[in-house]
Design a protein around this ligand. Structure first.
Ligand SMILES: CC(C)(COP(=O)(O)OP(=O)(O)OC[C@H]1O[C@@H](n2cnc3c(N)ncnc32)[C@H](O)[C@@H]1OP(=O)(O)O)[C@@H](O)C(=O)NCCC(=O)NCCS
Length: 179
C-alpha cells in the first residue's frame, strides 16, 4: 500500500519491516500498554509479527495503521490511522481510528495532529461514510483526543474487562467541521 500523508510536523507512511525496533520500543513499554490490556511485548519477534499483521491488512483490505515519523528528527514516533476492525465489536465490523505513541512524544499534540490527517484520508481518499473509535473510560488522553476531533460519544461497551467509550463521526459531520 502506497500511502504518504504529511502534517506540519509528521509524516504518516505505510509500515515497513525496518520499523520493528521502533515498534518494540513502543510496545515493550508498560505505560503505553496501561489501557491496552497490560500486556507489553517481551520479544522483538512479536513486533515483527505485528508489522506483518498490518501489512496483511494493506494487501487484503487496502487499509491499515500507518507509521508516524517525526519530520525534524526522522525518528519513529509510533503509529496512527485506520483499521478494518472485526474483533472489538464482534457483531459489528467497522473502520477504527487509532494511535499509539512512544512516551517521549506524549503531550505535544501529536496524536491529535496524526488523527486529523487520518480522518481526512479516510473520508476524502477512501470515501468512508463513518469512522469509529474506542477508548477505555480511564484513558483520559485518548478520550480527550477523540473529543477534540469532534467525534461523538454514542455508546459504551465492555471489552477485555474494561468499560470503553465508543465514538463515531460521519462524513457529513466531518465536512461540516472542516468547512
Ligand atoms: C493517548 C495518546 C495517544 C495521547 O497522545 P498525545 O499526543 O499525548 O495527545 P495530544 O497531545 O494530542 O493530546 C490531546 C489532548 O489530550 C490531553 N491529554 C493527553 N494525554 C492526557 C492524559 N494522560 N491525561 C489528561 N489529558 C491528556 C492533552 O492535554 C490535550 O488536551 P488540550 O489540547 O486541551 O491540551 C498517548 O498518550 C498514547 O500513545 N498512549 C498509549 C497508547 C494508547 O492509550 N492509545 C489509545 C488507545 S484507545
Amino acid at each position: 500500500m502506497n500511502v504518504y500523508l504529511e502534517t506540519p510536523r509528521l509524516i504518516l507512511r505505510a509500515v515497513k519491516e525496518e520499523d520493528a525496533p521502533g515498534f518494540f520500543e513502543l510496545d515493550s513499554d508498560p505505560e503505553v500498554h496501561k489501557f491496552l490490556g497490560n500486556k507489553p511485548v517481551k520479544d522483538i519477534k512479536e513486533s515483527e509479527e505485528a508489522i506483518k499483521y498490518i501489512q496483511k491488512q494493506y494487501e487484503e483490505k487496502g487499509i491499515g495503521r500507518l507509521a508516524i515519523i517525526d519530520k525534524a528528527s526522522k525518528e519513529f514516533v509510533g503509529w496512527s490511522g485506520l483499521k478494518y476492525e472485526t474483533v472489538v465489536r464482534a457483531d459489528f465490523p467497522y473502520y477504527d481510528l487509532g494511535y499509539r505513541l512512544k512516551k517521549k512524544f506524549w503531550g505535544k499534540g501529536i496524536a491529535t495532529e496524526a488523527a486529523i490527517a487520518s480522518l481526512e484520508y479516510g473520508f476524502l481518499q477512501l470515501r468512508l461514510e463513518e469512522i469509529y473509535a474506542a477508548a477505555d473510560l480511564d484513558n483520559m488522553g485518548s478520550n480527550k483526543v477523540l473529543q477534540k476531533l469532534g467525534m461523538k460519544l454514542v455508546d459504551q461497551f465492555e471489552y477485555c474487562q474494561a468499560l470503553h467509550n465508543w465514538y463515531k463521526i460521519t462524513t457529513a459531520e466531518w465536512l461540516a467541521m472542516s468547512s
